[in-house]
Design a protein around this ligand. Structure first.
Ligand code: CUA
Length: 155
């Protein structure tokens, strides 16, 4: 079968691209940077409810308009269910899971982190407008996944 020279080049380019993608994926997964949350803090997932500060999930004020919020995800809810902060507050969310993989997200805001058992994920966000911000789970975690919500009230 005769294959045109340009077609051969094109096929080799395609194959080389696939090999490059595969090697990139392999390298990243071996280095575990794909699944490791940004700050890299770890926690024993079987002892989340006994491990400070997650034994008392909730809001801690750290400055005039700065807060830390500690969340635990467990099928099918977030703890705390609701926190209230003033307009202009900067909140750093620290989120972990007591069971399976969840996704901590505030739609339309720049908050979206994977929540993996054994890891503490974090994300900082400034709430500039008042409102009732819904926190959702965006990783399918079971039959009640769609009910897994909480609220950040900004007033
Ligand atoms: Cu938790 Cu879906």
């Amino acid at each position: 079968m005769h294959v045109n020279r340009l077609e051969k080049i094109w096929l080799w380019l395609g194959a080389a691209t696939m090999v490059a993608f595969f090697m990139t994926l392999l390298t990243l997964s071996v280095r575990a940077v794909i699944i490791t949350p940004r700050d890299g803090a770890t926690i024993d997932p079987t002892k989340v409810w006994q491990t400070p500060p997650f034994d008392h999930p909730g809001l801690r004020q750290t400055g005039p308009l700065t807060y830390e919020a500690y969340y635990v995800g467990q099928v099918f809810s977030w703890q705390p269910q609701s926190v209230t902060v003033p307009v202009g507050s900067t909140v750093t969310f620290f989120v972990t899971s007591a069971d399976v993989v969840h996704g901590f997200t505030i739609p339309d805001e720049d908050v979206n982190v994977e929540v993996l058992p054994g890891w503490v994920s974090s994300e900082t966000h400034t709430f500039r407008r008042p409102g009732d911000y819904l926190i959702l789970c965006n990783q399918y975690c079971g039959i009640g996944h769609h009910t897994m919500g909480a609220h950040v009230i900004v007033r």
